[in-house]
Design a protein around this ligand. Structure first.
Ligand code: C2E
Ligand code: SIN
Ligand code: SIN
Ligand code: FE
Ligand code: FE
Length: 407
């Protein structure tokens, strides 16, 4: 027994080294789940996040069901939410902050405080037998999620109960999963805090504008992603973060002096040069919390004024100093050099800026705005994204009605 543990321990040290290299939190959670399943030889498993009074699936794997999927297909039952009632297995684990091993979910004694709702099996066509479910407990003793492993198998592929001796190893993965979940939450909290901060700096312009740009951007992303047939689950995940990231595109304006930011007339060229620094200043504000902040937020702040034809700004600069990079052309980024999310926000931002009154300009008529976007297709804007934007205009108009400017 002890020798087996030793081999497992060494494996885990190796796995940890690899996990430490993963930046993307979604990928990290998928890997943790996969590794936890490998160590216990579990056919399926999920990680849930506690979200208010719900358990929300963060990632989910099932080898048997995945075998029947087309290449690139993904499991679609991943949107499940369970109320954290103690009546379900994972609900009981979350509420009691205790791990639970079950030999056969269809033979839970009547008097047990939890039971198995066969919903999951019915929807997926899977047959759950043995489970091992652990709470994910934060360093402040809160249950922030649940890790569940399903159907352990022996060498011959027969389903067996989970092994008590595996418990310490699985606990180890549970603590990695806890850290990943906490990091994801920290990013979210920081983004929300920054959005509020930006609103305080310039309440008139930012409030509704920021909400609209966030909403237009996710609509345009969704249209783009559907055209590429990306899995619904992935689109949903990206939208969540992207909305906040798009709302923060102008966070760097907090570094621009009031006499420029709020100037009632046209900017002088020197003033506009100062204004242009809001791109890399924004990236820098977010880069300071690099360990938790999504790189998407940094890219969008830095690149939302780049033009498709290379005439935008800030171009090939060092985002720490705003200085041109040695050995690079002193131009804007061009075409697909500009990150997709920045190309999307660029359209959403300009559309909204032109449709609105600003301290320095009056709102344009809608036909003029559309005319200008079409005219800039392939110049300022990604042509494919402009076409998609025109297709979703009715939805865009809905968003506009939802977030009117306050006078
Ligand atoms: P913003 O007001 O959010 O505008 C975002 C972008 O919308 C602008 O980026 C520009 O691409 C587009 N846009 C806005 N108004 C017009 C317009 O009247 N004509 C055209 N063709 N495009 C327009 P840009 O130019 O890089 O400006 C970035 C930010 O600099 C603006 O954000 C605004 O805060 C400030 N800004 C730009 N020009 C002036 C100005 O003349 N006076 C003042 N006070 N601020 C300005
Ligand atoms: C769980 O609670 O662990 C998920 C399955 C169920 O609905 O009981
Ligand atoms: C960056 O993208 O972070 C700066 C380097 C560049 O100009 O491409
Ligand atoms: Fe901007
Ligand atoms: Fe803007």
């Amino acid at each position: 027994m002890r020798r087996i543990s030793n081999v497992k321990l060494q494996k885990i040290i190796k796995i940890d080294e690899e996990l430490n290299k993963i930046q993307d939190l979604d990928i990290l959670m998928e890997r943790i789940l996969l590794d936890a399943r490998r160590v216990t030889n579990a056919e399926a498993g999920s990680i849930y996040s506690v979200d208010g009074s719900q358990l929300q699936i963060k990632c989910s794997q099932n080898e048997e069901l995945e075998r029947d999927l087309p290449p690139n297909g993904k499991l679609i039952y991943a949107f499940f939410e369970y109320p954290i009632s103690e009546k379900t297995i994972s609900g009981w684990v979350a509420a009691n902050a205790e791990p639970l091993m079950i030999t056969d979910v269809y033979n839970i004694p009547e008097e047990a405080p939890y039971g198995f709702s066969a919903d999951y099996d019915k929807k997926s066509g899977y047959h759950t037998v043995s489970t091992f479910t652990l709470p994910l407990i934060s360093n402040t003793d809160q249950v922030i999620g649940v890790l569940q492993l399903i159907n352990a198998r022996d060498r011959k592929g027969r389903i067996i109960p989970f092994n008590r001796h595996d418990e310490p190893f699985v606990m180890h993965f549970a603590s990695s999963a806890t850290l990943a979940l906490q990091r994801a939450r920290m990013t979210r909290t920081l983004l929300l805090r920054m959005i509020r901060m930006a609103g305080l700096r310039d309440p008139k312009e930012t409030g509704a504008h920021v909400n609209r740009v966030g909403a237009y951007s996710v609509e345009l992303y969704e249209a783009w992603a559907k055209e590429r047939k990306l899995p619904a689950k992935e689109i949903e995940k990206v939208k969540d973060t992207f909305r906040m990231v798009a709302m923060l595109h102008d966070i760097g304006k907090v570094a621009i002096p009031d006499n420029i930011l709020k100037k009632a007339g046209l900017l002088e060229p020197e003033e506009f040069e100062v204004m242009k620094t809001h791109t890399w200043q924004g990236a820098k504000i977010m880069g300071d919390s690099e360990s938790v902040m999504d790189s998407m937020a940094i890219e969008v702040a830095l690149r939302h004024h780049e033009h498709w034809d290379g005439t935008g700004y800030p171009g090939h600069i060092d985002p720490d100093t705003g200085e041109w990079l040695e050995g690079m052309e002193r131009t804007g980024l061009k075409g697909e050099e500009i990150p997709l999310f920045a190309r999307i926000v660029s359209i959403a931002d300009v559309y909204d800026a032109l449709m609105s009154n600003r301290v320095y300009k009056k709102a344009w008529k809608e036909e003029e705005v559309i005319g200008s976007l079409l005219e800039q297709k392939g110049r300022q804007f990604d042509p494919e994204l402009i076409d998609l934007f025109m297709e979703i205009l009715p939805t865009i108009k809905h968003v506009q009605e939802k977030y009117p400017d306050q006078e």
